[in-house]
Write a protein that binds this ligand. Structure first.
Ligand code: PNS
Length: 160
């Protein structure tokens, strides 16, 4: 059975993430989407628990995908799931440079742990959680950037 991990902050999950999840789900028997802490990113919009809930709602129609949070080393999480593949989405050369380094770090921690890079679909190439937050600030409609459960949550937040 081929098991892959798709890790990220997902704060919030956007349609670019969802595109990678769907494509990874078509390549592997099982995909664990893992909500993790990125030490570089401060002032989160959603708690990890809420991010997991929103992701679960967003991927409810994809049979072989499950979502969890994990606060630790990605390589340890992969071992605990019996996974030997990490999936990452790459939008541009900057992403590629970062992911190339992280792939080496993760393989250094856990030999045999491979990283598969999926190039963004053109429609999602400019999507990022940072961009989504910026669009929220200026009241832009969210439906074209984020899955429906996230758009609804953002509307609820706005009304509160
Ligand atoms: O969505 P992001 O913020 O780009 O995801 C980055 C993430 C969470 C995948 C990365 O920061 C990570 O792997 N964190 C877990 C800690 C870890 O294993 N670090 C070593 C690998 S660089």
């Amino acid at each position: 059975m081929s098991i892959a991990i798709y890790p990220g902050s997902f704060d919030p999950v956007h349609l670019g993430h969802l595109d990678v999840i769907r494509r990874a789900a078509a390549c592997f028997d099982k995909v664990w989407v893992c909500v993790m802490v990125n030490a570089e990113k401060k002032a989160p919009m959603f708690t990890p628990e809420r991010r997991v809930e929103l992701l679960r709602e967003s991927v409810a129609d994809i049979e072989n995908v499950e979502v969890e949070a994990f606060d630790g080393l990605l390589a340890s999480y992969a071992v605990s799931k019996g996974a030997n593949v990490l999936v990452k989405g790459v939008r541009n050369a900057t992403d590629f440079d970062q992911e190339y380094q992280m792939a080496a770090i993760n393989r250094g921690i856990c030999p045999g742990l491979e990283t598969v890079l999926l190039p963004s679909s053109p429609a999602c190439q400019h999507f990022s959680s940072t961009m989504v937050r910026e669009m929220i600030k200026y009241g832009q409609p969210m439906e074209k950037y984020v899955p429906a459960p996230v758009a609804e949550e953002l509307k609820r937040k706005e009304r509160a």
